[in-house]
Design a protein. Structure first.
Length: 429
């Protein structure tokens, strides 16, 4: 790309685009980084610079950019059908993918409801859980419980079960009331038990991110806490909604995080890595029993009145099918084991840096907490600095997130970690 073309694109970006989760006053005051192409774990900008995609393009890319198998599948599908509604019709890829997802999901999940993103996947589960109890004559069960510091997306229903003030405080007067469990880890489990003993008959569902609270700063759950929450929700007849938008598709070392503790939820919410990082697609999986709670004559008006224009889009479902085929054909999860071990060993060196407060890891999900005040934007400084070493990262406040594609090699992983180390080293407390 010529310098004049690159300059024009940068001007247009500032003139026309409003970027998500971005203070635009800051953005307009600096040079925008515009990605033009990609291959494998690398992104290339319009100036020709290459970077390791250290956050999988916001936690979505799984097998690398421009994977030949997904590319070929999409090219074949686009010559057949690009879109057809799922309202009153079905299509081949959506049907095949639903069967495939049920085949790999925790036992007991039998039905798939498609949508477009993680927020909608969670919101659908909340609405289904609430309506199930209304449909079946248990109208007192209306309350939704979630964890402290939780994040489940940005639509208002998902914001209602969010607990991060930085993201959610401004919308408090727009959302419905929920119950936030105080504390983390076992303290949250104890508070859940107390809550269910006292008010279980009024609670419809508990929503959690299993094992890792991603947007909260990569907070890792203690072993057994998730399993205990499942036992408690079963005991008190409360649905368990697991949000695996971030933790699903190998990020924790297993296909789904809840499989580490053999937890079988009532709802499993999927998005991000579902299509391997190609197209927006989400899925909410649930049980036969919950599905049966919506089977009534039309005149009862107990249908699940929810849907999206691109629900079950054939191209997106085709990408998802190809993504799952790669997991199987390339033995992705088995090949991940030595990479996770290498990552864990190499991360220890970060404690040599005085500005590092904590390092948290679960599989390929890493949070590096830096010392300093939030307003000093230490995390943002490191992410800006690390670009000159050929790496793209994005912070959560003062927590650096490392979540590269699962396909990254150990050599590339080493490069990513050393670049991160050097960037942190340059930041003064």
């Amino acid at each position: 790309m010529s310098k004049s073309q690159a300059k024009r694109l940068k001007q247009w970006d500032k003139e026309y685009i409003w970027h998500p989760f971005t203070q635009m006053k800051d953005w307009l005051g600096r040079e925008p980084l515009i990605i033009d192409s990609a291959q494998g774990v690398y992104l290339k900008d319009i100036d020709g610079n290459a970077y390791i995609d250290g956050v999988s393009s916001l936690w979505v890319n799984v097998h690398g950019h421009r994977h030949a198998h997904i590319n070929a599948a999409l090219k074949k599908q686009i010559d057949k059908l690009s879109h057809s509604t799922l309202l009153g019709l079905s299509n081949t890829p959506a049907t095949e993918l639903a069967r495939r997802l049920i085949g790999i999901a925790p036992a007991g999940l039998k039905k798939v409801f498609y949508s477009d993103n993680g927020s909608t996947a969670v919101e659908i589960a909340i609405k289904m859980a609430y309506q199930y109890w209304q449909n079946t004559g248990q109208s007192k069960k209306t309350k939704i419980v979630h964890l402290n510091n939780s994040y489940h997306g940005d639509t208002l229903g998902s914001v209602s079960v969010g607990g991060i003030d930085l993201f959610h405080k401004v919308y408090r007067k727009l959302i419905f009331k929920t119950i936030a469990l105080k504390g983390n880890g076992w303290e949250a489990v104890e508070n859940l038990e107390k809550l269910l003993k006292a008010r279980g008959e009024s609670i419809a569902a508990l929503v959690v991110e299993p094992l890792v609270q991603g947007a909260a700063g990569m907070l890792i759950w203690p072993d057994g806490a998730l399993k205990r929450m499942r036992e408690l929700t079963k005991k008190y007849n409360v649905f368990l909604i697991v949000d695996e938008v971030a933790t699903g598709f190998g990020r924790t070392g297993k296909m789904f995080a809840c499989q580490h503790e053999d937890v079988r939820p009532d709802f499993l919410c999927l998005a991000k890595g579902l299509t391997g990082g190609y197209l927006p697609l989400a899925a909410t999986l649930t049980t036969q029993g919950i599905f049966d709670g919506f089977l009534f004559d039309f005149k009862s008006q107990k249908t699940f009145f929810h849907g999206h224009t691109y629900t079950g889009n054939p191209l997106a479902c085709t990408a998802a099918l190809a993504n799952l085929e790669i997991f199987q054909n390339e033995r992705t999860l088995a090949k991940l084991v030595p990479k996770i071990k290498f990552l864990g060993q190499k991360l220890k060196m970060l404690y040599n840096l005085p500005s590092v407060a904590d390092v948290r890891q679960k599989g390929f999900m890493v949070g590096i907490e830096l010392k300093g005040r939030l307003e000093d934007r230490v995390g943002a400084q490191v992410c800006q600095t690390v670009r000159k070493y050929g790496v793209i990262l994005r912070p959560l406040g003062n927590v650096l997130v490392l979540m590269p594609p699962l396909s990254i090699s150990i050599e590339e992983l080493d490069f990513l970690l050393m670049a991160t180390y050097r960037a942190i080293e340059e930041i003064k407390e």
